[in-house]
Design a protein around this ligand. Structure first.
Ligand code: MN
Ligand code: MN
Length: 324
């Protein structure tokens, strides 16, 4: 049993619409708080969308995700896992970005995550656009490349946009491979679809050995079979999980900037995260929720529900690693 300080506020004690909305009603532990040393999993907001190439808005994601996350209860309905009793979890607040500078924002994020890594805390981040994953990986993978299981309708592997711009939400994993942050042979991208500019991203994936599972194959094979291959590709070594909400069909997740039709439904969206069971997860993110395109909060509610599924598997992964 974990320290009760880190248990979320229960809806049995305080109605879920009341109180200050932290992620999943966890305690807010500031990066300078002495309690930080007891945190094992940190939920972090990265409210920044300066890498967005089309419709912006994910800078507002963490706030809406926190609000909708008050709907999350302590126990996984399908697996019975109670993550908050397995590991000490806390809301570590937001990284303060610079909305007027891409480079400065990337540096601020890496500096923040360096402190998270130094404190031996596993980050579960809420975006922000998908470029936020790059500064996170720069901290997490500083000393060795990681594997990655990536859910998205896009590869985010393009070389550049707008005549040489290296940093957009369409390029983070190209940079991450170039910088040695990812081991491409242990990277799998799931759900890729939609019209394309060209095949440059897919050619790059093929050339470095990234496994791309397009949506046609996903629907043909089914969730279980695809995720069994994904777990095999990641292996037992350290793996990052990156989840772009536009992986999900826009009928279920309209609140995002670059939707693509023909995707998984909300149940399958949860299933793939649940089937990360057994993966050695060293960090995860849920990105690209854009509240201006879904003010109902339905997309954000799906987003935090996916985060909870990932959190359950992070918690069991921590317990497994500490027993080993
Ligand atoms: Mn993406
Ligand atoms: Mn995407």
């Amino acid at each position: 049993m974990t320290d009760p300080f880190f248990h979320p506020v229960s809806g049995f004690d305080l109605p879920r619409f009341a109180g200050v909305p932290t992620f999943m009603r966890l305690p807010h532990v500031d990066m300078d708080d002495p309690k930080l040393r007891d945190v094992q999993v940190g939920l972090i907001g990265t409210p920044w969308d300066g890498g967005t190439t089309n419709r912006p808005g994910p800078r507002h994601g963490p706030r809406q995700l926190r609000d909708m996350s008050t709907m999350i209860r302590a126990q996984n309905g399908a697996t019975g896992v109670r993550p908050f009793e397995l590991v000490n979890c806390a809301d570590l607040g937001d990284v303060g970005p610079n909305p007027a500078s891409v480079e400065d924002s990337l540096e601020r994020m890496t500096a923040f995550y360096d402190r998270v890594v130094e404190a031996r805390i596993i980050p579960l981040s809420a975006g922000g656009d998908h470029l936020c994953s790059l500064p996170i990986l720069r901290s997490l993978a500083r000393n060795r490349p990681l594997g990655m299981i990536h859910f998205d309708s896009h590869t985010d592997l393009f070389a550049s946009y707008f005549g040489g711009m290296q940093y957009t939400h369409g390029t983070p994993f190209r940079r991450a491979v170039e910088e040695g942050l990812l081991d491409p042979k242990r990277v799998v991208q799931i759900g890729i679809r939609g019209t394309a500019y060209d095949s440059e991203d897919r050619d790059f994936a093929d050339s470095v050995g990234i496994r791309v599972i397009a949506i046609e194959e996903f629907h043909d094979r089914g969730v279980e079979d695809v995720m069994s291959e994904a777990r095999e590709i990641a292996g037992k070594q350290e793996t990052y999980v990156s989840y772009d909400i536009d992986f999900v069909d826009p009928a279920f997740a309209p609140g995002t900037g670059t939707p693509e039709v023909g995707g998984p439904n909300s149940f399958q969206a949860l299933q793939v995260a649940r089937l990360l069971d057994g993966v050695n997860i060293v960090g995860a993110d849920l990105v690209e929720v854009s509240p201006p395109f879904d003010q109902s909060g339905a997309t954000a509610f799906l987003g935090v529900s996916i985060m909870f599924e990932m959190l359950c598997n992070i918690a069991t992964s921590v317990v497994r690693n500490s027993a080993a």
